[in-house]
Design a protein around this ligand. Structure first.
Ligand SMILES: Nc1nc2c(ncn2[C@@H]2O[C@H](COP(=O)(O)OP(=O)(O)OP(=O)(O)O)[C@@H](O)[C@H]2O)c(=O)[nH]1
Ligand SMILES: [Mg+2]
Length: 231
């Protein structure tokens, strides 16, 4: 079931949950994550999102902005995605801080380029750097990011090789997929599956980090107590 919620410009960007946190329900393996789909003009952000949600390719998507809600089952876990898809034209029209607000809102990112559009590919590296810089110092050191080369069916117009896409993702510690939203559902499913796995990994790393931090804290407290006792 897909829920469509058109956003108003004045919508609050404040996240209503902690990043990738388990939802406290009777089923403990439920998680929730805010996902933003970013990328250049007409690279297929909406096509990819709608393909994942409905399994369909409609062809034209207009320039509406939506937050979709969708649940994905993954190896005994359920991930509730809130997926924010907005047209590239709006990023240009809005004040420059709007993309920063979307980045703050998100726990995970899908970055799309078109394999026929080199400029859309070139724009991704600074975007990944911007996301990582924005999340630095938060409890989200390992940000789940998937890079997607879309329009794979248009191989006669290819301007970016698969190897370049793969290398970029590798160098930025991101997941990589090359897909055709127009041709198949499977690619879109793989993208969000891969993202869900990254979200789980990031959550695990966060738990481990918190575990180590609390051990260090207790050991430091013991030593501090010993020092005061011996004074
Ligand atoms: N051949 C082909 N066309 C695609 C594919 N994905 C999207 N398109 C087409 O590319 C155009 C743009 O797709 P959108 O999904 O609207 O692109 P977008 O990135 O959401 O664009 P904005 O929201 O305007 O920034 C549409 O005409 C789609 O039909 C694909 O995999 N293959
Ligand atoms: Mg769109």
């Amino acid at each position: 079931m897909v829920l469509r919620i058109p956003l108003r410009r004045s919508a609050s960007f404040t996240p209503d949950h902690q990043p990738g946190v388990e939802v406290p329900t009777s089923t403990p393996l439920k998680m929730e994550a805010n996902v933003v789909v970013l990328g250049g003009d007409s690279v297929g952000k909406s096509a990819l999102t709608v393909r994942f949600l409905t399994r369909r390719f409609i062809g034209e998507y207009g320039d509406m902005e939506f937050v979709y809600t969708h649940t994905l089952a993954l190896e005994g876990k359920e991930i509730l995605f809130h997926i924010w898809d907005f047209p590239c034209s709006q990023v240009r029209a809005d004040e420059s801080s709007s993309e920063d607000k979307r980045i703050q809102w998100a726990d995970a990112f899908v970055l799309v380029y078109s394999i026929c559009d080199r400029a859309s590919f070139n724009s991704l590296q600074p975007k990944v750097q911007g996301i990582k810089a924005a999340k630095e110092g938060t409890n989200q050191d390992k940000v789940p990011i998937v890079i997607v080369g879309n329009k794979r069916d248009l191989h006669h117009r290819r301007a970016v090789s698969s190897e370049e896409g793969r290398l970029l993702a590798l160098s930025m510690d991101c997941e990589f997929y090359e897909v055709s939203a127009a041709e198949a559902y499977h690619g879109a499913l793989m993208v969000f599956h891969g993202l869900a796995e990254r979200i789980c990994e990031s959550k695990l790393a966060l738990k481990k980090g918190m575990g180590i931090r609390s051990i260090v804290k207790s050991v430091s407290a013991v030593f501090a107590r010993k020092r005061t006792d011996s004074m």
